[in-house]
Each structure stands twice: as structure tokens, then as C-alpha cells.
Design a protein around this ligand. Structure first.
Ligand SMILES: [Zn+2]
Ligand SMILES: [Zn+2]
Length: 89
């Protein structure tokens, strides 16, 4: 996805590097975005909000990787992951 830290409260531990984000789909179909620290901890999660990829380049698109949608970072509400979510992520 991206290696730049998202805005808001999602951050790595101050003594570690930010390790990017990953998207997981919960059993009920909810998609979650997890912000991870380089030590492997999930720091924060947000329910995924997607926006259409503008100026999409298709399967080789550098913005969306061909999915046609990109994470709408401004719409994300970061919060602490629950225990169930941590198992999922
Ligand atoms: Zn860490
Ligand atoms: Zn695209």
C-alpha cells in the first residue's frame, strides 16, 4: 500500500519505524486498515474508506495497484484495535 504514515492518530512507536498499512477483511465483510509498527505491533486500526482512483492507469496503476480504488485517508477514523481485530490482523 503506502509507506508514509497516515494522518491522525495512527503512528508507530516513537522508537520504531512506521511499517506501512495493511487491509484486512473481517468475518462480517468489514474492511479494516491496520497501521503497523516495524516491530510487528498493530498500532491503530480504522474502518476502511475507499475513494475511486482518479486518473486510473488500469492494472499497472501506481496509485491503486489495479484495484480501481484508493484509501481515502482523510475519511479514516483511527482508533485502538480490539482483541478480536488484533487476531484478524
Ligand atoms: Zn514498535
Ligand atoms: Zn488506479
Amino acid at each position: 500500500m503506502t509507506s508514509t504514515p497516515p494522518p491522525g492518530s495512527a503512528r508507530a512507536h516513537p522508537w520504531h519505524d512506521f511499517d506501512g498499512m495493511r487491509i484486512a477483511t473481517a468475518a462480517d465483510g468489514t474492511r479494516l486498515i491496520a497501521a503497523r509498527c516495524s516491530c510487528g505491533d498493530v498500532i491503530d486500526v480504522a474502518e476502511a474508506v475507499f475513494a475511486p482512483c482518479v486518473d486510473c492507469g488500469g492494472l499497472d496503476c501506481a496509485r491503486c495497484g489495479g484495484s480501481g480504488e484508493i484509501v481515502d485517508h482523510r475519511a479514516l477514523a483511527w482508533r485502538e484495535a480490539t482483541t478480536d481485530e488484533l487476531e484478524l490482523l
